[in-house]
Design a protein around this ligand. Structure first.
Ligand code: FUB
Length: 446
């Protein structure tokens, strides 16, 4: 029976696999938040919270609402595979299946097993408030088997687990402040009394601890309400349980006003990345969030440079796929607007509106490779008719393509022969030649 259930879960997750091609936000098929990114077996695995919209009888309307977790993976940080649901509130014996409170999780590997930690609320008779559960798998994408009880001794949210160089595992969590303890080798029980971690600002909520180590320095990153909403900060120590020394701001408060942020930091193929979230797909309700990633850089002295959030995000965009230039790297000061394609279904993404002569957007890191490109395809429409010029940033005078978008209200794909075929990796510039009003959904090269 046990194996039959696991078989069904496995088949379910295989059938659920679908792909999300994205810049920022990374996932365009569902709301995601609180990203814990991990590198397992040469791939990046993303374990986020899964925000949904509460409705009467299902969660608390107007508040966070989560009933399960998905895991996503990527080998290039551009194309993400959704492996489906890995843990659900109605399949864990100790969890209140009406709580809809499956908050920020984490996952770590030890001796070939994958331990998924998740905070949620226990059934009546269990601990009040949040407890932390564990589910175990043989593969990073599951199937995960939940443990029958939560970890004894932890009351709080946002578990984060790290294994130090000497093999000692530590678990961190939040309850207004940040706490930590050693974990036993079984990864399921505390091996020391919890301690309140020291060295952080006294005032303002702190949550979402995420520790990583680099060159002997332990970096504790966390969201903190220094003013009205959360920003990401970090503190440094020479020991996993501190004391820590406040070191600065990792990311400012969200410009859109998203109240929460939540982070993880990984090194992948010799580049460091910050994963975080914002409210891109739900700008009017910040409890439906969307996960992002941007590159992170260290200073010579080991401190971290503040990360400026971008739409372009990370990874190369393959020239032969649909390139969403609304996720631009830079744009002209005026004459360019970004809007949802369909305000009733924001998961369809955005469009770029050019409405002033010479307005432009730049889109970095498009991979053309060595193959000769012959055509540009552009999905566009225009109320006036207009002409777009495409060039590479390093050769502005050399036009890759000049495309006339005819006057028409419907979206349609215009195909145009390439004037000067690009190779390698290029930062593209798309410019409106002359005036008019032109809307672009995507461009692609074949
Ligand atoms: O997602 C629910 C809560 O919001 C998380 O546990 C916090 O870190 C904040 O992001």
């Amino acid at each position: 029976m046990k194996y039959f259930k696991q078989y069904l879960m496995l088949m379910g997750s295989i059938l659920c696999v679908h792909y999300s091609m994205a810049q920022n936000p990374l996932i365009m098929t569902q709301f995601t938040a609180d990203p814990s990114a991990r590198v397992f077996n040469g791939k990046v695995y993303l374990y986020p919270s899964h925000d949904i919209l509460a409705r009467p009888g299902h969660g608390k309307v107007g508040w966070f609402c989560m009933q399960d977790y998905h895991v996503f993976s990527s080998s290039n940080l551009t194309d993400w595979t959704d492996h489906g649901v890995i843990v659900s509130q109605n399949k864990v014996p100790w969890v209140d299946s009406a709580a809809y409170s499956m908050w920020a999780p984490d996952c770590i590997e030890r001796a070939g097993k994958y331990y998924f930690y998740f905070p949620t609320i226990a059934k009546a008779g269990g601990t009040r408030g949040f407890s932390v559960g564990v589910a175990i798998a043989d593969e990073p994408h599951g199937p995960f088997v939940p443990q029958p009880f939560p970890i004894e001794g932890i009351h709080g949210i946002d578990p984060n687990v790290q294994i130090d160089k000497d093999g000692q595992a530590y678990i961190y969590w939040a309850q207004g402040n940040l706490y930590g303890a050693k974990l036993k080798a079984n990864m399921l029980e505390l091996a020391s009394e919890p301690v309140k971690l020291e060295g952080f600002p006294d005032k303002g909520l702190k949550e979402g601890p995420y520790l990583f180590e680099r060159k002997g320095i332990y970096y504790m990153t966390y969201p903190h309400v220094a003013d009205k909403i959360e920003r990401l900060e970090y503190a440094m120590s020479d020991s996993p349980l501190g004391p820590f020394k406040y070191a600065g701001v990792l990311m400012d408060e969200s410009a859109s006003g998203c109240w929460t942020n939540h982070q993880s930091v990984i090194e992948f193929k010799n580049q460091w990345y910050l994963f975080y979230h914002n409210d891109d797909l739900s700008p009017n309700f910040d409890k439906n969030r969307a996960v992002r990633a941007d590159s992170l850089f260290f200073n010579e002295n080991g401190t971290i440079r503040k990360v400026i959030p971008t739409f372009r995000g990370v990874g190369l965009s393959n020239a032969s796929k649909k390139i969403k230039i609304d996720r631009f790297s830079a744009k002209s000061a005026d004459g360019v607007e970004i809007a949802f394609l369909d305000t009733l279904n924001k998961f369809k993404g955005w469009k770029t509106i050019f409405n002033k002569a010479d307005s432009w957007v730049k889109y970095n890191s498009v991979f053309f490779g060595k193959k000769t490109i012959r055509h540009i395809d552009i999905n566009a429409r225009s109320a006036t008719g207009g002409t777009l010029l495409i060039s590479a940033e390093d050769a502005p005078g050399k036009i890759i393509g000049e495309i006339n978008i005819p006057k028409r209200n419907n979206w349609s794909v215009v195909k145009k022969a390439i004037l000067s075929p690009p190779t390698g990796v290029k930062n593209l510039v798309v410019r409106l030649k002359g005036g008019g009003d032109v809307e672009v959904d995507w461009i692609s090269f074949e």
